[in-house]
Design a protein around this ligand. Structure first.
Ligand SMILES: Cc1cc2nc3c(=O)[nH]c(=O)nc-3n(C[C@H](O)[C@H](O)[C@H](O)COP(=O)(O)OP(=O)(O)OC[C@H]3O[C@@H](n4cnc5c(N)ncnc54)[C@H](O)[C@@H]3O)c2cc1C
Length: 231
């Protein structure tokens, strides 16, 4: 390589990881010439925003959340936190915590909007909490028959644990086959583009930390016990 010539870097994929890597290389040094190769023809990977009938939406509801201060600082630099209410905040009389001095979303697009998190699964024309919670509404939505099936399939998987070779085994061992087929199988396949039987079980341990039927039951009975004591 001749003196002064830049090193060529090829990055495959213009999703958040590829774009961040390209940005960081160009930001930190003048020594690189960066080329990002993207097969789909659009930026953003599975986090991308698409336009549909004049509305802009993500491929799946995305919110940004991180416990890592460096990552938060990076994003604050890219998209500073909302400092004034947006049109929908006003229409819905929503009071979200705003950052003093932050940008006004009605004036600029370079702004990270603050939103309360609400994730639900739309299944058989009903909304279910995500992560799934066992509350009377969930049981009402599922119906008595399905709730019984869920209960028995959970008991079956509690008695006969599968060897955990895939994410499918991981979910079935913790939730039973019925609940897995209702809420996790297709969701996971849509989310990651792979069937859970092809994904490693460690992935599940990372994604659904603390989420299990035991944790849900503990939560329900814990609350009921607490209510009784304080009532
Ligand atoms: C429904 C849904 C909801 C989500 N919600 C959240 C959320 O709320 N918060 C959050 O932090 N994360 C969320 N995620 C996860 C987040 O979208 C991903 O973690 C993130 O997009 C991963 O970024 P990435 O760049 O690693 O990969 P990807 O986004 O998958 O990007 C990879 C890119 O590489 C391209 N590519 C792949 N192979 C090649 C090749 N051989 N040649 C050229 N190009 C190639 C692809 O076309 C794609 O554009 C969600 C994901 C989905 C689907």
């Amino acid at each position: 390589m001749a003196a002064g010539e830049k090193k060529k870097v090829i990055i495959i994929g213009a999703g958040p990881a590829g774009l961040t890597a390209a940005y960081e290389l160009l930001d930190k040094s003048e020594d690189y010439q960066v080329v990002v190769l993207e097969e789909s023809g659009c930026f953003g990977g599975i986090s991308r925003t698409v336009e549909y009938h004049g509305n802009r939406m993500d491929m799946g509801g995305h919110r940004f959340f991180s416990k890592v201060p460096e990552v938060n600082a990076w994003w604050e630099k890219m998209l500073p936190t909302q400092g004034a209410p947006s049109r929908d905040d006003k229409m819905l009389h929503r009071t979200s915590s705003l950052k003093s001095g932050g940008p006004d979303p009605e004036q600029t697009d370079r702004v990270m909007l603050r939103r309360n998190r609400l994730s639900r699964i739309f299944f058989k024309n009903k909304f279910f909490d995500y992560p799934v919670s066992l509350k009377p509404e969930t049981i009402r939505n599922m119906g008595f028959g399905t709730t019984m099936e869920v209960g028995f399939s959970y008991l079956a998987s509690a008695v006969h644990k599968r060897p955990e070779n895939s994410l499918e085994d991981f979910y079935i061992n913790r939730f039973g086959k019925k609940l897995y087929s209702m809420f996790f199988e297709h969701y996971t396949e849509n989310l990651w583009g792979r069937h859970p039987s092809e994904i490693s079980p460690e992935w599940g341990a990372q994604r659904v930390k603390g989420l299990s039927i035991n944790a849900i039951l503990k939560d329900i009975f814990g609350k009921a016990f607490h209510k009784k004591r304080s009532g």
